[in-house]
Design a protein around this ligand. Structure first.
Ligand SMILES: C[S@@+](CC[C@H](N)C(=O)[O-])C[C@H]1O[C@@H](n2cnc3c(N)ncnc32)[C@H](O)[C@@H]1O
Length: 214
């Protein structure tokens, strides 16, 4: 399957639109089924050094940041949407576009769940160029781009009672997902400077943990 990008419907809705609220609820269930939050909880604290701040790209409802904060990780969120209700200092929320954000130097650890598939290869390369000078660790969970995953989604999404936004965006997200070593390569990680591992789970998660060696 060739990587193909189409706009996601959730990105075009105001954050308080009822369909968007429902779709974000669906996303929480998808994250639970894919084991995404649990996986980040098992990986990020052990890869974060004392005093380091972690930035989550596309932090949405802030659920992942909060899970990490409860494990004493200084996790900040970045998203186009405003900070979730109850978000408070010392945690920071950057309401910004990832492509124009300039505060990378504060963040040696950059993470994200279901966000990088929004970007085409040129966008990912530009993001990699912005992040690489400052980052030591990158941890991302994205959709695996496989036909098997499209079939699984086509069956599971209606059974799970997801709304039309989630069903559409899930299909589009898998088509824009990753396979093999595509993600580290597209981000421009030099194998002489970075070590990475890619893990695929049976429910369609594509996970990358990358660490700078020097
Ligand atoms: C599929 S949702 C995932 C949200 C969250 N990571 C989760 O797993 O529940 C993608 C999120 O990325 C945000 N987003 C998409 N493109 C963005 C961009 N260019 N800059 C900032 N945020 C963006 C959207 O607002 C949305 O909250």
């Amino acid at each position: 399957m060739q990587r193909r990008l189409e706009p996601e419907l959730l990105d075009s809705l105001p954050p308080d639109h009822p369909d968007a609220i429902r779709s974000r609820r669906d996303l929480r269930i998808v994250n639970r089924v894919m084991g995404n939050i649990r996986w980040f909880e098992s990986v990020v604290p052990s890869h974060t050094r004392s005093g380091e701040r972690v930035l989550e790209l596309g932090a949405g409802t802030g659920e992942l940041c909060r899970a990490l904060q409860s494990r004493n990780v200084a996790a900040d969120g970045l998203d186009r949407v405003p900070a979730p209700a109850g978000w408070s200092a010392p945690a920071r929320w950057h309401q910004a576009d990832i492509q124009t954000f300039t505060g990378w130097s504060d963040y040696p650890v950059v993470i994200g769940n279901l966000i990088l598939h929004h970007f085409d290869d040129a966008g990912l390369r530009a993001l990699g160029d912005a992040i690489r000078p400052h980052a030591r660790v990158l941890v991302f969970s994205e959709p695996t781009r496989r036909r098997r995953c499209q079939w699984l989604w086509a069956v599971a999404a209606p059974l799970g009672g997801t709304n039309h936004i989630t069903r559409h965006d899930g299909r589009v997200s898998i088509a824009a997902g990753f396979y093999g070593a595509e993600l580290p390569r597209t981000l421009g990680l030099d194998p002489a400077l970075w070590r990475w591992r890619i893990i695929n789970n049976w429910v369609g998660a594509y996970r990358m943990v990358a660490e700078r060696c020097t």
